[in-house]
Unconditional design. Structure first.
Length: 260
């Protein structure tokens, strides 16, 4: 078991990628906090993990709220007696051309993706530094941390920004044994992507099948979606890596869509 008795706080863990990461970490012995805006789904996910013999806690949190994040992380630390891994994963998508974006939509995107990453990082670091146990901070970036696509200005901006945050946390966290890294997945079939397919088809004036084949998977080496398992295995590697040798990095897992 690679994460035996570690405590992992995973945001957006009631669905998609976050949920798979929480399940994978639990399988590897971690006690997991299912932190999500969707309270009902967070509690249900935690209950299912507990029913399967794991140790999990569901907490409702809006990652863009300073008070809610501090309270949720504090509750997790009190419940499990510490915090070793943060996965800052919660996210949404809004697609439209720059000239059509509302300022409120722009701010909402940056607030969830960037304020959420900052707030959860700050709360986690305070506990990690105080405990002296070190830790691992993992950000859910995207190929869009490296590359641009049509219709995704705030998403691409925010995902690029996460790499900057991770590099600073890697430098500041090193003396405390805290590592920070970014996972950059290609397209994964989750509710976030399923919602985009008809939206992009409408905006680009093409069929949904063409959105998948000619937009989303066009640049991959094999026309395949990245899977939840692929992303969760990279998260496990970052979480379990034993030293500061692997810090400040971003790893692209995208079927070759983007090659470093
Ligand atoms: P998803 O929609 O399946 O899950 C996202 C979860 O985040 C949901 O449970 C939702 O309730 C939660 N959430 C949304 N806003 C929140 C908030 N303010 N506070 C707390 N929780 C909130 O999406 P997913 O595809 O699993 O995406 C997870 C992350 O992976 C996102 O950051 C996304 O940008 C990133 N990502 C996804 C893909 C993909 O193709 N699916 C690719 C690259 C990166």
């Amino acid at each position: 078991m690679k994460l035996k008795d570690k405590v992992a706080f995973v945001t957006g863990a009631a669905s998609g990628i976050g949920r798979k990461i929480a399940e994978t970490f639990a399988r590897e012995g971690a006690r997991v906090v299912i932190a999500d805006l969707n309270q009902e789904a967070a509690l249900e996910t935690a209950a299912q993990l507990c029913a399967a013999g794991h140790d999990a806690l569901g907490v409702a949190v809006d990652v863009s709220s300073e008070a809610q994040v501090d309270a949720a992380v504090g509750r997790a630390v009190a419940h499990f007696g510490g915090l070793d891994v943060l996965v800052s994963n919660a996210g949404i998508q809004i697609v439209k051309p720059v000239d059509a974006f509302g300022f409120d939509e722009w701010k909402r995107m940056l607030s969830i993706h960037l304020d959420g990453a900052f707030l959860t990082t700050r709360a986690a670091l305070r506990h990690m530094y105080a405990s002296g146990r070190g830790g691992s901070v993992i950000y859910m970036g995207s190929v869009h941390s490296k590359e641009a696509s049509l219709l995704k200005a705030p998403y691409v901006t925010a995902k690029h920004g996460l790499i900057g945050l991770a590099k600073v946390v890697a430098k500041e966290g090193a003396p405390h044994g805290v590592r920070a890294n970014v996972i950059c997945p290609g397209f994964v079939r989750t509710p976030l992507v399923d919602k985009q397919i008809p939206e992009q088809a409408r905006t680009l004036g093409i069929s949904e099948d063409d959105v998948v084949r000619k937009v989303m998977l066009k640049e991959t080496v094999d026309g395949e979606f990245t899977t939840l398992e692929d992303v969760a295995e990279v998260a496990l590697m970052f979480a379990a890596f034993p030293s500061n040798a692997l810090t400040g990095q971003s790893m692209v897992v995208s079927h070759g869509w983007f090659m470093q």
